[in-house]
Design a protein around this ligand. Structure first.
Ligand SMILES: Cc1ncc(COP(=O)(O)O)c(C=O)c1O
Length: 426
């Protein structure tokens, strides 16, 4: 069923509430393709255009307020304008922030990452998670002397072609199914010598699908045996534990891609991992691999990231994950009583409301994310003051309370009841 009636009604209400967003997008399309500069922020009929935000609330150019369960795709782990991050940035602004030389703050953020992440001995910064993937791939190729990369199906490592799993036919990468040891082993064996195997320990954009520990252990053993590097992409999952998601799995990768929360809201990426592997980038070593970036290690990013990580201690992470469980349980209860097929997956503070029943695999999540019901839910929740990703992904910030979570659950219950009514399912 395509939920055409409900979707049309949600679109009508959305258009009525957001004329300023439409005007801004139309205006910007004169200078930017489609008026946007980021594929993930665009949706039909046109995206929300935001003006300002404070803690858990964002206000768009029409003056509508939404609770922010998008968190800039999980990056804003402390919500908006956290005072400790603003103070760190203001302090850096007084001393200037870019010199074309190293600065002590780079070491301070690197130290925090090494102290938290058991598998990390050294860190190298980039400006985005995408660039972290590019760097990790280059390091792995240089270290192993091999070229071929392997990627999990439905993984997301940013917008670098060589790490886009469904571009593999073009790029020569190998793809393998997560959570399927037999299938993955066949795919990896068929690929020949690999430089690296990339994996998100929880598939994020793939629908918040947790990768099982047995599968991670298989990959660890396989890569060790065959001489490939194992690279965990913890750009999204680092928030799940003090030592990232990997701490709970007991599996240590050779390299870890980081981004999002380690920048405190500023643009960031990093590769952390074994000292002997990252040594290929050591500029003091003869013949080392060139890795530069005009803005790598920007002071505003370094100080915002350090302040953000300091505030994200074990107690804060536990609280985030508890609120995530509350959101999951609330949505599950709503899903249970709904006449509309929805389901929920989660891992700690990352939650996905799927527009289909019984979603347990990334392929099912992908199908659900492009349905009429998914589009309806996304717009209907915005109309009710809750912003999530259009594929139904939601995340918790430390600025949220139980009340914030309960308001999102109530909005979802109302949106589902309205869909059932409009589609005559009652
Ligand atoms: C798991 C994962 N890896 C990599 C990236 C890419 O990071 P960035 O958007 O900073 O390039 C993302 C971004 O959503 C991500 O979720």
């Amino acid at each position: 069923m395509d939920f055409k009636v409900a979707l049309a009604e949600a679109e009508r209400e959305y258009a009525e509430r957001h004329p300023g967003s439409r005007a801004a997008m139309t205006r910007m399309a004169a200078w930017m393709p489609g008026g946007d500069t980021r594929s993930t922020t665009w949706f039909r009929p046109y995206p929300l255009v935001m003006d300002r935000a404070e803690r858990v609330e964002m206000t768009d150019v029409d003056g509508n307020v939404v609770l922010d369960f998008l968190g800039n795709y999980t990056a804003l782990v402390h919500g908006h304008r956290p005072p400790f991050i603003l103070a760190a940035i203001e302090d850096a602004l007084r001393r200037d922030f870019l010199f074309g030389t190293p600065m002590p703050e780079q070491g301070e953020l690197a130290r925090r990452i090494v102290e938290r992440l058991d598998s990390a001995e050294r860190v190298r910064f980039t400006n985005s998670g995408t660039e972290a993937g590019m760097l990790a791939a280059r390091v792995a190729r240089r270290f192993t002397g091999r070229t071929r990369l392997a990627l999990a199906e439905h993984s997301y490592h940013g917008s670098y072609d060589q790490l886009v799993w469904d571009a593999a036919e073009r790029t020569g990468a190998t793809t393998f199914p997560a959570n399927d040891v037999g299938g993955a082993e066949r795919a990896l064996d068929a690929a020949g010598p690999l430089a690296a195997v990339f994996l998100e320990p929880v598939l994020g954009s793939g629908g918040i699908i947790t990768v099982e520990n047995d599968f991670l252990r298989f990959l660890r053993e396989y890569t060790r045996r065959t001489g490939a590097l194992l690279i965990f992409d913890e750009v999204m999952t680092f928030r799940l534990g003090h030592g990232g998601r990997q701490q709970a799995t007991g599996v240590a990768p050779d390299l870890t891609m980081l981004g999002k929360i380690i920048g405190g809201g500023m643009p960031v990426g990093a590769v952390a991992g074994r000292a002997d592997v990252l040594a290929v980038t050591d500029p003091s070593a003869p013949g080392s691999m060139e890795h530069s970036g005009t803005f790598n290690g920007h002071r505003l990013t370094m100080v915002a990231g350090a302040a953000g990580l300091d505030a994200l201690d074990r107690a804060a992470i536990e609280r985030l994950n508890r609120l995530g469980d509350r959101l999951r349980d609330g949505l599950l209860k709503v899903a249970d009583g709904a006449k509309v097929p929805v389901s929920v997956t989660s891992c700690g503070s990352l939650v996905n409301l799927h527009a289909a029943a019984d979603v347990t695999t990334p392929a099912q999540a992908e199908g659900a994310a492009h349905s009429g019901l998914a589009r309806y839910l996304h717009l209907a929740l915005i109309n009710r003051g809750v912003l999530m990703a259009h594929r139904g992904e939601m995340c918790i910030s430390t600025a949220m309370t139980e009340d914030t979570v309960d308001r999102a659950v109530a909005a979802a219950a109302d949106a589902l009841a309205e869909a059932a009514r409009l589609e005559g399912l009652e």
